[in-house]
Design a protein around this ligand. Structure first.
Ligand code: URA
Length: 426
């Protein structure tokens, strides 16, 4: 690969130019190898955030990120493969019931997931609440479980899109996470490298999401759908509301418990609705449009699939989640209706209680989190519980209380109901 001077590539994007294929291939590869320094890539990422990228630039950048590592071959899996990716939210435990549910309906789901950072939770942190459960699988274990059970949720190996691993960590500390070209290429490089045949994207919109407006979310969704198509991965996106947390449980152990309720045929209506909407999209994209995911939740097939998936990774599906030592119940001060439960503030409250981490190497608490007794639209009487805060340490409660108090509002009239699925992009 012919060399460039990093500073020339940075200047070109700083001045609003279009990078050539050769410049993109070089800079991504040279950054992965440590030839382009972090400070140079930070400057380029900021120039991309400020000046954007054309469609062909994003496509080439994504291809270069894929080429920085290995691409898994799932051809040994007889069933059609389909994955889901959420851009991240508060109380978003949907991967937990969805993966075994779609597997129970005949597809194979190769779900490589991440950990939480800041106010959003991570699927691996939630599953690690289950005693014995192991997130790290070798490529061979991953493919074998996918072939035999059809459902795997695990950590992405270090060989997959290493350029993204490095760049994502850099963006996180340089204020460059929110660039649509960088988010789209980051997500799609990992999903394409993982080898899935089809992909459904859950692009979150609202206070608890990266994308605060429908227009931005739509642009992100369109960019990712195009990238998937260009790489032979059938990709569909749903824009879904993240102004309110999903379900009643926000935390690690509490979200596992709520997911198991959904797999048992119960659970909060919004979690069930989104799980089924995404399952239908995934089964359609996998070429199984006649499968009935609602029946698989009702008749126990999804639960059987969950139990097999958890056991295969060393987990005990019958383990009960530990109780928190400190529980603070907050009650309504007036009669009325819950007007809003702000996702961002509740995410921060759960994080302060110990459910999230401030630095990558921090541990997370299993029992910590927020449990909502009332959701937007619910009537409430003065003195009734609105929500509870759970923590391992009493010192964690006051800061979380301040956040949660900002999040939950009660008004004399009910709010206008908002729909969970806002739009479909294909
Ligand atoms: N998730 C990712 O994997 N990458 C991003 O850039 C944002 C969310």
């Amino acid at each position: 690969m012919s060399g460039f001077a990093a500073v020339d590539v940075i200047r070109a994007k700083r001045d609003g130019g279009v990078l050539s294929d050769a410049q993109i291939d070089w800079v991504v590869d040279a950054y992965t190898r440590g030839v382009v320094a972090d400070e140079q890539m930070s400057a380029l990422a900021m120039a991309i955030l400020l000046n954007g990228m054309t469609g062909p630039e994003i496509a080439r950048w994504t291809a270069a990120m894929i080429a920085s590592g290995e691409r898994l071959d799932l051809s040994a899996v007889a069933r059609p493969t389909v994955d889901k990716h959420s851009t991240g939210g508060v109380g978003d435990k949907i991967t937990l019931p969805l993966t075994p549910l779609v597997a129970a309906c005949g597809a194979a789901v190769p779900q490589l997931s991440g950990r939480g950072l800041g106010h959003t939770g991570g699927t691996l942190d939630k599953l690690e609440s289950i005693p014995g459960w192991r997130a790290a699988l070798s490529n061979e274990e991953f493919t074998a479980q996918l072939r035999d059970i059809g459902a795997v949720i695990c950590a992405a190996g270090s060989g997959l899109a290493p350029a993204d691993r490095k760049l994502y960590a850099l963006r996180d500390v340089t204020g460059t996470v929110e660039a649509i070209p960088l988010i789209a290429s980051s997500i799609m490089s990992k999903k394409i490298a993982e080898g899935t045949g089809a992909l459904v994207l859950d692009v979150k919109v609202g206070t608890g999401a990266f994308m605060k407006s429908v227009d931005d979310a739509r642009e992100l969704a369109r960019t990712m759908v195009e990238l998937g198509g260009a790489h032979g991965v059938k990709t569909v996106a749903l824009l879904t509301d993240m102004s309110t947390p999903l379900g009643r449980a926000i935390g690690n152990g509490v979200e596992v418990t709520e997911s198991v309720e959904v797999l048992a045929g119960g659970g909060p209506a919004d979690v069930v609705e989104l799980t089924l909407a995404l399952a239908r999209e995934m089964l359609d994209a996998a070429g199984l449009p006649d499968a009935d995911p609602a029946a698989a939740l009702r008749d126990g097939r999804a639960m059987d699939s969950w139990r097999s998936m958890i056991r295969a990774q060393g987990g005990d599906p019958d383990a009960r989640m530990p109780e928190a030592d400190e529980v603070e119940v907050v009650r309504a001060e007036m009669d009325g209706y819950v007007a809003a439960v702000d996702a961002y503030a509740i995410g921060v409250a759960a994080w302060r209680l110990g459910a999230g981490r401030a630095r990558k190497e921090d541990p997370v608490s299993v029992p910590a989190g927020v449990v909502l007794h009332k959701r937007p639209g619910d009537p409430v009487k003065a003195g009734e519980p609105l929500y509870e805060l759970r923590a391992e340490r009493a010192e964690a409660i006051p800061a979380a209380l301040a956040e949660a108090a900002r999040a939950v509002t009660v008004a004399a009239r009910p709010p206008i109901p908002a729909s969970l699925v806002i739009e479909r992009v294909e």
